[in-house]
Design a protein around this ligand. Structure first.
Ligand code: KG4
Ligand code: ZN
Length: 350
């Protein structure tokens, strides 16, 4: 028998709902929030209000697009955290009420685990390949940058992470310094297309093992621009394409050099060993939408024979399809939540 799972995501500034039939995607509907654009970043209270406005229409559309009735749903999966508390409360409260009304199980999902599990969402014809366990995932989002070693769907271990800013934050802060509109990451990616990635160089930190540090890059970018602007106030405008291409190349380089260590040097972490065979390599999270990172991973596949998994763009940034697939795997285990579940702001399940 087929199981229909509704996934609900509301951790930050995207209200999203998706329906899957077992592991096959039927619909994935997202309402973004333009309201933050004028403020140069997400304003938590405005985000909660916009979720409150969007959640019913988004869920209604997802059910209609899936061409099912709400009474056919088997369970409701929702993001419990990490994220903005006020935003999470909207999705959590709706999920609880809907599961109570329909008398079906409620399933809590961790947002970061869901980003990784998005690699198991199947197309309608189920022809897309999925990673084999154990595999390595580099999760790069607005709040997190981590290497996760997966032995099974929910058997995940963080084997390296940033000690300060996340990769997405590095993109967003660089964009802000340049006066680019929010959200900065996609804007840098866009402008970088016509720029020279080798024009400017920024110092990279020397962090041991599989950890990262991005806060120094922001400072070095800030000081570099401050000095150049003293000489020429039009420096950013004249060089914005090369600046974006160079900062993007630096961030991608930092990620890729650690990824190479993680994959090749099995001595770095005893768990990263699949008896002489290279493990599958996946990327996940908002920054996995970055064209520079996607190209660099494709090059590693061509040059070193890595078996790579890059999420389709619609599953890179925040979406509910990833919540639905994570919910499906929990549904199979009978791992349900009760009505007392409350959101958590900081990462806790891994
Ligand atoms: O996973 P996500 O959508 O939300 C979080 O869970 O944080 O990630 C958002 C982050 C932001 O920092 C955004 O600037 C970045 O992902 N991002 C990008 C691109 N698209 C989104 N960064 C670089 N290039 C992109 N194309
Ligand atoms: Zn995310």
């Amino acid at each position: 028998m087929q199981h229909f799972i509704l996934g609900i995501e509301s951790s930050c500034d995207d209200t999203s709902a998706a329906i899957i039939a077992d592991d096959v995607i039927l619909s994935n509907v997202t309402a973004g929030q333009e309201v933050h654009r004028n403020f140069g970043g997400v304003v938590p209270e405005l985000a909660s209000r916009a979720h409150q406005q969007n959640i019913i229409p988004v869920i209604d559309t997802a059910i209609q697009k899936a061409n099912i009735g709400k009474n056919q749903l088997s369970a409701i999966a929702f993001t419990r955290g990490p994220g903005l508390l006020g935003s999470l409360l909207v999705g959590t409260s709706f999920a609880k009420a809907f599961s109570l009304g329909l008398n079906i199980p409620l399933i809590e999902v961790d947002h970061l685990q869901a980003h990784i599990l998005s690699h198991f969402i199947r197309n309608t014809d189920r022809t897309n390949p999925v990673p084999s366990f154990p595999f390595l995932c580099l999760t790069v989002s607005g709040g997190h940058t981590q290497f996760v070693w997966l032995r099974d769907y929910f058997d995940m271990e963080i084997i390296g992470q940033t000690i300060d800013d996340a990769a997405g934050e590095a993109f967003d802060k660089a964009a802000k310094i340049m006066g680019l509109p929010y959200p900065g990451g996609p804007m840098i990616d866009k402008l970088a297309q016509d720029g020279d990635p080798k024009r400017f160089t920024f110092s990279k930190p020397n962090i041991p093992g599989l950890n990262f540090s991005f806060s120094g890059l922001k400072t070095s970018f800030l000081y570099f621009l401050r000095d150049e602007l003293k000489k020429d106030p039009g420096f950013i405008e004249k060089n914005k394409h090369d600046l974006c291409a160079s900062i993007q190349a630096t961030i991608v380089d930092m990620l890729m050099s650690k990824l190479k260590i993680a994959i090749n040097d099995t001595g770095v972490h005893p768990r990263v060993s699949t008896r002489g065979k290279l493990p599958d390599v996946a990327i996940a999270g908002g920054v996995s939408a970055n064209s520079g990172l996607r190209k660099a991973l494709e090059q590693a596949r061509d040059n070193y024979g890595w078996n790579i998994f890059i999420p389709p763009l619609q599953y890179s940034t925040d979406n509910a399809a990833m919540i639905a697939i994570a919910g499906y795997f929990k549904f199979l285990k009978g791992d349900f939540s009760d009505q007392a579940a409350i959101p958590y702001a900081r990462s806790k399940t891994m």
